[in-house]
Ligand binder design. Structure first.
Ligand SMILES: Cc1cc2nc3c(=O)[nH]c(=O)nc-3n(C[C@H](O)[C@H](O)[C@H](O)COP(=O)(O)OP(=O)(O)OC[C@H]3O[C@@H](n4cnc5c(N)ncnc54)[C@H](O)[C@@H]3O)c2cc1C
Length: 415
């Protein structure tokens, strides 16, 4: 059996980008080994079925700021292949893209199936072989520097080079470990917060723009400002997802139990006091429910907050006593929720942790421990916040690895 030039473990976004790049740069014998029966399943479900391919953050220095883990090392990679390159890459291969108001990039068709189709066709047109239901169980490097790759059923594939692109699947970490790599303990990132707060579910679906939130975990405080969404289980939306990403490890260490502070108003104590005093004097006959001190709050949320502090929504502003006024101010500037766990499945869930990045050469994505072994995608200890940044890392690392394998391969062919 003639060895492959490159065997790719994992048929996801990163694996396909690696395969296509290597093939388009002259690598002849490439095989993708996918454990399941389906290719690019996460691409299919991503972005609510629309696939948020990347983010229109064109400048590498700004792009790296969206990665709580891997940032500085990634700069080197993004200086070679960043969001603009990804945009061009897909358009050149016939997939038209659009940029939405919040900078997220999607296919014009709003269908992730078109992304899959583009990647699959690009790979097949370059004769990349694809084997599904080949779950890699073991990789052994032979004394003559070939990799023997064994499936669960002990089928064997031999290759000169391999790339592990197994995403957050534990098997990928094990394969990397057996080839000498260290793994940063994987923990979830990008998740929603659950709470048992009574009656909050009555506000399910309420979304509020530009809210300041804060969590305190042991001695560390994490803050963020962004859009917040109340769900039937607790809190979600970009503000929460970003905080869950930035503090992923600390939240894990606290077993997903902590306090969330929400600041419903940008105004401080004195300003709110002035506003409420104005309402007491000028709208005295109006019920609290019919005039909100913070217009941004929806009626449902305002009723919930009044309920939470035990003030009747039917009360007239003129009858509000000083103690009640202070209760309102306090809940508007520091509303506390006991978070009891993470939501079942985030809109965009990724793994934080994975193959230690200081054991990988970022110029090539090749292992510094085991020559001929490469990595791309989520298997590495790199993850981004929500907004297309996780796929961006898959495309970038896959592209760099594919190019590096082609350079190695061309060297061997020319000798
Ligand atoms: C619901 C959801 C929505 C998301 N939406 C977005 C989004 O819109 N934008 C964004 O940027 N990110 C999004 N993400 C994150 C993004 O999907 C991942 O970061 C990305 O898919 C990782 O790609 P990957 O190729 O590294 O790994 P994966 O996509 O996980 O692919 C790995 C592949 O390897 C296979 N595999 C694993 N182990 C083995 C083995 N031992 N042998 C053979 N095959 C193996 C798996 O079956 C899988 O097909 C979303 C994630 C989720 C869960």
């Amino acid at each position: 059996m003639e060895p492959f030039d490159l065997a790719i473990i994992g048929g996801g976004a990163a694996g396909f980008m690696t395969a296509i790049t290597a093939a388009e740069n002259g690598v002849k014998r490439i095989i993708i080994l996918e454990g399941s029966a389906k290719l690019m399943e996460k691409v299919r479900i991503s972005g609510g079925g629309r696939c948020n391919i990347t983010n229109a953050t064109w400048i590498p220095n700004e792009l790296v700021e969206n990665y709580p883990r891997g940032g500085v090392r990634l700069l080197e990679s993004f200086n070679r292949f960043a969001a603009g390159d990804v945009f061009e890459w897909f358009e050149k291969r016939g997939l038209n893209l659009k940029i939405e108001e919040d900078q997220r990039v999607f296919p014009v068709s709003n269908s992730s199936l078109d992304v899959i189709d583009c990647l699959r066709k690009s790979a097949l047109s370059k004769n990349v072989e694809i084997l599904t239901k080949f779950f890699v169980k073991e990789i052994i490097k032979t004394p003559n520097n070939l990799f023997n790759i064994f499936s669960l059923k002990r089928k064997k594939v031999i290759s000169q080079n391999i790339i592990i692109s197994t995403g957050g699947n534990p098997s990928g970490y094990k394969l990397a470990q057996n080839l000498g790599h260290s793994i940063v303990k994987p923990v979830p990132s990008l998740f929603t917060f659950s709470t048992k707060e009574p009656n909050l579910s009555e506000c399910s679906g309420v979304s509020i723009k530009d809210i300041d939130i804060e969590i305190r975990l042991n001695t560390k405080t994490f803050k963020n400002r962004g859009d917040l969404l109340i769900t039937h289980l607790g809190f979600s939306g970009p503000a929460i997802l970003k905080l869950s990403s930035v503090a992923a490890r600390e939240i894990f260490n606290q077993n997903y139990k902590f306090n969330l502070i929400i600041k419903w108003s940008v105004l401080g104590y004195e300003e709110l006091k002035e506003k409420i005093n104005y309402l007491r004097l000028n709208k005295g006959k109006v019920n609290l429910i019919n005039s909100r001190p913070v217009p941004l709050l929806t009626k449902r949320l305002w009723i919930f907050l009044l309920n939470k502090i035990g003030i009747s929504k039917e009360k007239k502003w003129a009858n509000l006593i000083a103690d009640e006024r202070d209760k309102i101010i306090n809940i508007l500037i520091r509303d506390k929720y006991i978070i009891s766990g993470k939501g079942p499945f985030g809109e965009e869930f990724v793994t934080s942790g994975g193959v230690k990045i200081n054991e990988v050469n970022f110029k090539s994505m090749e292992s510094l421990i085991c020559p001929g072994l490469f990595f791309s995608g989520e298997v590495l200890d790199i993850d981004g916040i929500t907004g297309g940044f996780n796929f961006q890392h898959c495309w970038t690392s896959g592209w760099i690895a594919g190019r590096a394998v082609s350079k190695l391969n061309n060297k061997v062919t020319n000798q």
